[in-house]
Design a protein around this ligand. Structure first.
Ligand code: ATP
Length: 367
């Protein structure tokens, strides 16, 4: 059983770099938490503080409810896997995996049993006699994982463990790692800059930028309802469309949303009206996922935005349409394109839109 809690943790390096800035984060027992963010945002430093390899400048790192700032790494019941998984080249695969057990003084018989169990769970049972140099990259990574889990740690820390592998293998190991840690019930903190990894593997994702925690939530939450504009623009491919709009609430209970030179009239009982009504007289940013916009015929009735397609991009399972609506460029998933759209390049109506981002861009002069 292991829980991790970071309370206002800050790390300032000697040269004055603020690598981690007041981060508070709870990781539950058995949870798979992914720290996601661009290079240099401080995710490895967070992980190293949890491991005890860096000391926080201020704040508390808590393990199982106890402040662990001064606890040496070896007393933390932690296993770490890094991207440059160093195996002992002169030892067999079996001996590599068994090594931590040997250090812990475990007898050969139970040691062999544990190694066999772990190797079979990782699908490397048939290569135990080989040397690391006789393995593929993926097999070597599995051995590194095996060596980390063989002592049954309470907490698993992984720093970009798949980044040196090719994309096919990465996808395969992604599923294996998340499956294995869940099977073992080990609390895991996994660092990556790869959002596909984060969204597919995590129970919850913590997104960082410049040392600051931006958002924490399940993959569905952070993708669907990002907490900040940064997260909205960072997550998802294609990126979320972000459009500036002006809001005007009419006393006879409807809302006008003006995007560029187009206005949408939203009835009061429309859920989107209530979402934007709070911003009466303001300019806001509206977030719309490509897949949340349904292309319809240009003359369709109702709250339809008009756009002109600039180009289409085919991805096999979907096509993306890049449109101009007024002065703004947006992208739309064409899966829902209407059957009567005989010409791919032309006017489109777009129905529905997504979320209001909580950002003001100043008061608008609304008529
Ligand atoms: P990456 O994905 O590239 O590993 P990261 O998000 O893990 O990046 P960190 O390695 O935590 O980022 O680094 C955060 C910031 O702290 C960076 O600006 C980095 O240059 C700086 N940094 C890291 N270690 C030190 C150090 N020992 N001394 C000074 N600055 C450091």
């Amino acid at each position: 059983m292991t829980t991790v809690a970071l309370k206002d943790v800050t790390k300032v390096f000697r040269d004055g770099t603020v690598a981690v800035d007041s981060v508070s984060l709870d990781v539950n027992d058995g949870e798979f938490m992914v720290l996601l963010g661009p290079s240099g945002c401080g995710k490895s430093t967070v992980l190293r503080m949890v491991a005890g390899l860096e000391e926080p400048t201020s704040g508390a790192v808590m393990l199982d409810g106890e402040v662990a700032n001064d606890l040496p790494p070896r007393e933390r019941k932690i296993a770490m896997v890094f991207q440059d998984f160093a195996l002992y080249p002169h030892m067999s695969v079996g001996d590599n995996i068994a090594f931590p057990l040997k250090l812990a003084g475990i007898e050969p018989a139970p040691r062999g049993e544990r190694v066999a169990d772990v190797a079979s769970a990782l699908g490397i049972g048939d290569v135990l006699a080989r040397r690391p140099s006789q393995l593929s990259g993926g097999q070597r990574q599995r051995v590194a994982m095996g060596r980390a889990i063989v002592r049954r740690p309470g907490l698993f820390l992984m720093d970009e463990p798949l980044s040196n592998l090719d994309s096919g293998l990465r996808a395969e190991l992604r599923a294996e790692i998340s499956g294995l840690t869940r099977e073992l019930g080990v609390t895991t903190i996994y660092v990556t800059h790869d959002q596909a990894e984060a969204l597919t593997m995590a129970d919850r994702v913590a997104i960082m930028r410049k040392g600051v925690l931006q958002d924490v939530g399940t993959p569905t939450q952070v993708y669907g309802r990002p907490a900040t504009l940064y997260v909205a623009a960072f997550l998802g491919s294609p990126r979320m469309n972000l459009l500036e709009a002006s809001v005007y609430v009419h006393l006879d209970r409807y809302v006008t949303l003006t995007l560029g030179d187009q206005a949408l009239y939203l009835p009061w009982d429309d859920i989107r009206s209530r979402a934007v009504a709070h911003y009466h007289g303001e300019r806001i940013v509206v977030g719309m996922r490509a897949e949340a916009l349904t292309p319809v015929a240009p003359d369709s009735p109702g709250d339809v935005l008009q756009g002109r397609i600039r180009y289409l991009e085919h991805h096999g399972h979907e096509s993306l349409a890049f449109l101009d609506i007024g002065a703004t460029a947006i992208v739309v998933d064409e899966v829902g394109a209407p059957a009567d759209s005989d010409t791919p390049f032309g006017q489109r109506g777009l129905r529905r839109f997504g979320q209001v981002m909580q950002r003001f861009t100043g008061r608008a002069a609304v008529p």
